[in-house]
Design a protein around this ligand. Structure first.
Ligand code: HEM
Length: 325
């Protein structure tokens, strides 16, 4: 189904590229509509998560929590304060630390064994870092003058100067990463069983963006000056229709725009969700601070003092000792 959807999208984008009116619409009106939908969708999802009540401390821990001074603690596995949470979150987001501990299940001799499985971590990390580098490199279209950081990043990315134009390492890594992630869903039976339309669709969409981009860079170049003027026109709110940006560029944009609209309503929102996950963003400080569930209904208590005041006479008659005479 996902493949069919992406094929339909490819044909649609071809149709748009061939029609002057639709191309004009795609280059002038659609970018703003897409960006608004993307931003509104992301803000909506983030606010929805942020508003969800979290009455309990539920951080996932896998190490000794801070307690008595002579017990060795594990500040990253069981962060006792905000700095610990930030450290753990940074390692999670930048290095996929928990995925590094991924295991697979093997039925050994008469008992299950769980050997380490690093491939998903490796290709997952490769994919995400490459995507970030590619997006940062694309900033060259949207800003003028191009900042030295972006120029340096592009030079570093094309360091080996393979081919003309230079093959970016991030492009090769991205292609390897996304191919692995896609094949994993197709080939590993357990993963295939739990994979849904949206999983394949996200991967195929990104694959569409990347392949059209790569073909455009290495085989059928777009007029980069026109592209730059177009992108600058978008960000300065003076969009215009450039002459002949090329079919592949139009297709590239169609994939990118679909991806951006799809992003907030899909699992791709894990990019923002990880920061709002209470199992990750809370400190495990239950022994340091008393956390009171704000939903607790006010409890009507009857203290011992009140009890004794009420029954003092009877208690004395029955010979029960009292605190106050
Ligand atoms: C999710 C966003 C996007 C992704 C992941 C993406 C990905 C890619 C990739 C992988 C390439 C291959 C070459 C390279 O890495 O530079 C590429 C090329 C290209 N992309 Fe994108 N792209 C995105 C958005 C855009 C947008 C919004 C534009 C419009 C300005 C654009 C314009 C181009 C152009 C003109 C090329 C050819 C570059 C060259 O010939 O050096 N891309 N894209």
């Amino acid at each position: 189904m996902a493949l069919v959807a992406v094929l339909i999208l490819t044909l649609l984008s071809l149709g748009i590229a061939l029609s002057g009116t639709l191309t004009r619409l795609l280059l002038v009106v659609v970018p703003y509509a897409v960006f608004t939908l993307f931003l509104a969708g992301v803000v909506y999802r983030i606010l929805k998560w942020a508003r969800a009540p979290v009455p309990f401390r539920i951080p996932t821990t896998c190490g000794q929590e801070k307690s008595l001074a002579w017990i060795k603690t594990s500040p990253l596995e069981s962060p006792p304060c905000l700095w610990g949470v930030i450290g753990r979150m940074a390692l999670e987001v930048l290095l996929f630390r928990s995925l590094f501990r991924n295991t697979r299940l093997d039925m050994g001799q008469n008992r299950p064994v769980y050997p380490s499985a690093k491939w998903l971590w490796f290709f997952g990390l490769t994919f995400h870092w490459s995507l970030l580098i590619i997006v940062l490199r694309h900033l060259r279209f949207f800003i003028e003058p191009i900042g030295p950081c972006i120029t340096a990043l592009s030079s570093l990315d094309g360091f080996f100067e393979i081919g003309v134009p230079t093959l970016y390492l991030s492009d090769a890594a991205m292609l390897a990463g996304i191919t692995f992630l896609f094949l994993r869903r197709l080939i590993v039976p357990q993963v295939r069983y739990i994979s849904l339309f949206t999983d394949y669709f996200s991967l195929l969409l990104i694959l569409g963006v990347v392949t059209t981009g790569l073909i455009m860079r290495h085989f059928f170049p777009a007029d980069l000056l026109q592209v730059k003027n177009l992108a600058l026109g978008w960000v300065t709110f003076s969009p215009f229709v450039p002459q002949g940006v090329g079919t592949l560029f139009t297709m590239h944009l169609c994939f990118v725009f679909t991806l951006l609209v799809f992003f907030p309503m899909s699992k791709l929102m894990h990019a923002g969700g990880v920061f709002l996950s209470p199992t990750r963003n809370l400190a495990n400080d239950s022994r340091i601070r008393r956390h009171v569930n704000p939903w607790n209904a006010p409890v009507k208590v009857h203290t011992y003092e009140e009890y004794e005041d009420e029954f003092r006479a009877q208690m004395k008659t029955a010979g029960i000792p009292v605190e106050k005479e």
